[in-house]
Design a protein around this ligand. Structure first.
Ligand code: ASP
Length: 343
């Protein structure tokens, strides 16, 4: 008996993959989806049905916003039951942010959502776009015993599929533009596609797929650096309506022990601001209390970001604030992995 071909929805949001040079300005700008598809006749050789959806106005991912994230989520919701997998073409600059956000918005996802893009436009002779796109579609179509192999939001770039909410863009030049230092790859592409089953996300209980519709952007990030002026911290803490602040700390979650700093944090927490400790390092974890320079934050109940990336922390905060998680359970829920975003 012939098995039914997988049906994949290709969602085009923009990014270098589909850009051309504007001859007047010399800058790269997004172009039409049909033109992009005509540059990859190889798609017709794939053993799956490909359907497409394009943003009316494809964008450089620097212009991504909450509105776009919710739009991608609702396109996936509308097409969830009649497609086996989704491939999202997206600029690499903010891909880790969007893909992290989608991992939270799509609750109890049981199908693959693979983000990909490229460093060179698809029309360029040396482009990395074709391999990224073709392999992403193949991964999205992978099945075992009739079930999708990948059942989470992934990010595929330069021969590796990562869990999206573990990634960070680390290079603006190399084809290998992303890293995931705190979680190993899910799939590697060589002569064969090698799936590392032990690294895949599998929820403990199978529940019905649900798409969240709200995110709250009353969040800020403050990266610590030696010499940070008290005025800077004070102005951030006085932002009207601010609900959560990510402190990007040093190493294993360390920060200044000066009184002015600790007093400001203490008062902010007393006034119901959620403060999350996330390390500036791309690998490793916050361990509050390991050094004296994080002990005071541990004592004042700063939220432990553990080994989460800043990208995923922003997305998780916007999601949790959108859902309306109560003050009482906020710290516990943030410190619990919801979509495999922390260890
Ligand atoms: N500026 C582009 C974007 O993020 C870069 C890329 O696609 O790689 O849309």
């Amino acid at each position: 008996m012939k098995t039914k071909k997988s049906t994949i929805l290709l969602i085009y949001t923009g990014g270098t993959i589909g850009m051309v040079k504007d001859y007047k300005t010399g800058s790269l700008k997004a172009f039409d989806f049909d033109e992009l598809l005509s540059n990859i006749p190889e798609l017709n050789q794939l053993d799956c049905e490909i359907e497409t959806f394009s943003f009316d106005q494809p964008i450089d991912s620097s212009n991504m916003s909450l509105k776009h994230w919710l739009q991608i989520a609702s396109v996936i919701e509308d097409n969830y039951h009649n497609h086996d997998g989704f491939v999202v073409l997206h600029g690499s600059d903010t891909m880790s942010y969007t893909a992290s956000a989608l991992s939270f918005l799509l609750e109890d996802l049981a199908k693959p959502v693979i983000f990909t893009g490229s460093q060179l436009p698809i029309g360029d002779l040396r482009t990395d776009a074709k391999e990224n796109l073709i392999t992403s579609i193949q991964i999205a179509a992978l099945k075992e015993n009739g079930k999708p192999v990948v059942q989470e939001v992934g990010l595929y770039f330069e021969y590796k599929l990562y869990r999206a909410n573990r990634t960070t863009k680390i290079n603006a030049e190399h084809f290998e533009a992303f890293s995931s230092l705190n979680h190993p790859p899910l799939v590697e592409s060589g002569v064969h596609l090698k799936v590392f089953k032990e690294n895949l996300f599998r929820p403990k209980t199978a529940k019905k797929f649900f798409v969240h519709k709200k995110m709250d952007n009353n969040v800020a990030v403050l990266k610590l650096f030696p010499g940070l002026s008290p005025k800077v911290l004070q102005s951030v803490l006085q932002i009207p309506g601010l609900k959560a602040l990510i402190l990007e700390t040093y190493g294993a979650g360390n920060a200044f022990t000066e009184d002015w700093f600790l007093e400001e944090l203490k008062n902010a927490i007393k006034n119901n601001l959620f403060i999350v400790n996330v390390t500036q390092c791309s690998g490793g974890s916050v361990i509050m209390g390991q050094y004296e320079t994080s002990k005071a934050m541990l004592d004042m109940q700063v939220i432990n970001g553990k080994d989460i990336t800043t990208e995923a922390a922003i997305a998780k905060l916007m999601y949790m604030l959108g859902v309306g998680v109560t003050t009482k359970s906020f710290k516990t829920i943030f410190e619990t992995p919801l979509r495999g975003e922390m260890s």
